[in-house]
Design a protein around this ligand. Structure first.
Ligand SMILES: C[S@@+](CC[C@H](N)C(=O)[O-])C[C@H]1O[C@@H](n2cnc3c(N)ncnc32)[C@H](O)[C@@H]1O
Length: 250
């Protein structure tokens, strides 16, 4: 997939967390913040939706994603850098957050400690979306293999598919206080329920699973999913955790 397709995918994922984001930004007083940082901002899918008022900063280690972000979120200040060695002085931000980042890091605690360091005492650190593929539900049963294969593919790419269940522990290990955490719920209604398999989801799946399945096997699975959607019986639920914590006042 090219960057524009990845951006469309990230915007889709951002739409899943929009109302949660609004709720958690309100809890962490984001509107009144002077400076907000997104670590692992990618193509700017969240940066382009940020509240106006605070100065918004984004950081990513992928320069090409940052070039894309510069176009879609021109009001943000962007930095190239590593989540575990943030190029900012201590106490630079009122709120630091990430979205679908920690699963990709070999040392997510190091990134959280950095987010704590650059956030003021009494400020907030927020991880908005970290999935847990171990709790994935696929229905009908013929699609269970899809979940197992995708989990294996993520592991092969170096991701931790079980990061979600560790999130609260990581926040406490980072010394964050007043930690609250939870899981995004699922809600399906016929008016919104897709009637066809999601092409974007399948582009990601085909990219992830090319070493695990032949194109013919993937075609067969896509057909099973397509029929399940048409019958209104497809369930795909991946528990996606969030956590919010406050940097200790010294
Ligand atoms: C799944 S994308 C999410 C992008 C964005 N947060 C969103 O939700 O649209 C993960 C992003 O984290 C970035 N990333 C991964 N490891 C990183 C690291 N060690 N330091 C900085 N960015 C990193 C990737 O380049 C990628 O842009």
């Amino acid at each position: 997939m090219n960057l524009s397709e990845w951006h469309t995918r990230y915007r889709q994922q951002a739409s899943w967390t929009r109302s949660l984001r609004q709720h958690l930004f309100a809890q962490s007083n984001a509107e009144a913040a002077h400076r907000i940082l997104e670590v692992g901002c990618g193509t700017g899918a969240l940066l382009c939706d940020m509240p106006t008022g605070p100065l918004v900063y984004g950081l990513d280690h992928d320069r090409s994603a940052l070039c894309f972000a510069r176009q879609v979120a021109p009001a943000s200040t962007l930095f190239n850098g590593d989540a575990t060695h943030l190029p900012f002085a201590a106490n630079s931000f009122d709120l630091s957050f990430c979205h679908f980042l920690l699963l990709w890091l070999p040392n997510p605690l190091a990134a959280l400690l950095e987010m704590c360091r650059v956030t003021i005492a009494g400020g907030w650190v927020l991880a908005l979306a970290e999935p847990d593929y171990g709790g994935r539900i696929d229905y009908p049963p013929a699609l269970a293999d899809l979940g197992k294969l995708q989990t294996a593919a993520l592991q092969q790419q170096g991701a931790d598919p079980l990061i979600g269940r560790r999130l609260s522990a990581l926040f406490h290990q980072a010394g964050l206080q007043q930690v609250q955490s939870g899981v995004l719920g699922g809600f399906w209604q016929d008016e919104d329920r897709p009637t066809t398999a999601d092409d974007l989801e399948w582009s990601v799946l085909r990219q992830d699973l090319h070493a695990f399945c032949t194109p013919t096997e993937l075609d067969a699975l896509q057909k099973v999913e397509q029929q399940a959607y048409q019958r209104g019986e497809r369930v795909l639920y991946i528990p996606t955790f969030y956590a919010l914590g406050r940097v200790a006042k010294t």
